[in-house]
Design a protein around this ligand. Sequence first.
Ligand SMILES: Cc1cc2nc3c(=O)[nH]c(=O)nc-3n(C[C@H](O)[C@H](O)[C@H](O)COP(=O)(O)OP(=O)(O)OC[C@H]3O[C@@H](n4cnc5c(N)ncnc54)[C@H](O)[C@@H]3O)c2cc1C
Ligand code: FES
Length: 253
Amino acid sequence: MFIINAPVEKVIELDNNIFLLKIHCPQISTIIKPGQFLNIRVSETIYPLLRRPFSVCDVEGEYFYIMFNVLGEGTKILAEKHLGDTIDVLGPLGNGFNFTGSYDTAIIVGGGLGAAPFPYLIRAIGNQKKVYSFIGGKTYKDVITHGIKNISIATDDGSLGFKGTVVELLKDNLDLLNSGNIKIFACGPNAMLRTLKEFSINNNFECEVSTECAMACGFGICQGCPIESTEKSDKYLLVCKDGPVFNVKDVVI
Ligand SMILES: Cc1cc2nc3c(=O)[nH]c(=O)nc-3n(C[C@H](O)[C@H](O)[C@H](O)COP(=O)(O)OP(=O)(O)OC[C@H]3O[C@@H](n4cnc5c(N)ncnc54)[C@H](O)[C@@H]3O)c2cc1C
Ligand code: FES
């Protein structure tokens, strides 16, 4: 784990107020795994005090990318960064996706900004497995497809693709899912992960989910990011240290 004052290479604005921040940081870029995250101090001033966690979105040689939209003060400051600015990055943090293994088809499921970790995961899987992606949003404005391949889209209001939730779209594609040995990788709002958990358990599909919660330290010291475990012996796990990626059966969402 490193703490590095890393130079900003550029900020790229995609559609719908989504930003990609490209950071030059060879120490982290060369070792970080898909699904791991960075805890970023967005400003050199005391405010905002806490670091902000972001999944690694992609890696290109000595550079890594994060993807975000402007929610509050931290992401507003990040969106205004320029070439020559630096940001204080702590990482790599967390466990990451377990994408090796005996499955032959990866099913990517992303809701809204939950699509952020998948460009790097898909790049890392490469041609070793087939990849199908199911991306959802409330409306077409919330659908993020950057860096994602073989995409089927669902929107709650039907403004783009299938009308309904992304899990309903998966149910609609059960034949495809049952035609191979699949593993589901998901990230998105808790409501989506909850219904996906039920769907994957009912159909006996292996499923890993990347979870989110408010964080402070990012590496297991403050105990501020508990998630309930389904194992009685281990009542709570820490999202930052034991996750953020979990086998969906292991956690209460
Ligand atoms: C492991 C992990 C990985 C993450 N990866 C990404 C990523 O790749 N891209 C990305 O955009 N965001 C990601 N997030 C969420 C991100 O950390 C927050 O969006 C960010 O901290 C917001 O900072 P802010 O100062 O702009 O907003 P704040 O001022 O802190 O919050 C503004 C508003 O957003 C709400 N909010 C804050 N965090 C979240 C959250 N996690 N989910 C829903 N609402 C929230 C607050 O309740 C508040 O209403 C991740 C979070 C975790 C824990
Ligand atoms: S954020 Fe401090 S223990 Fe997880």
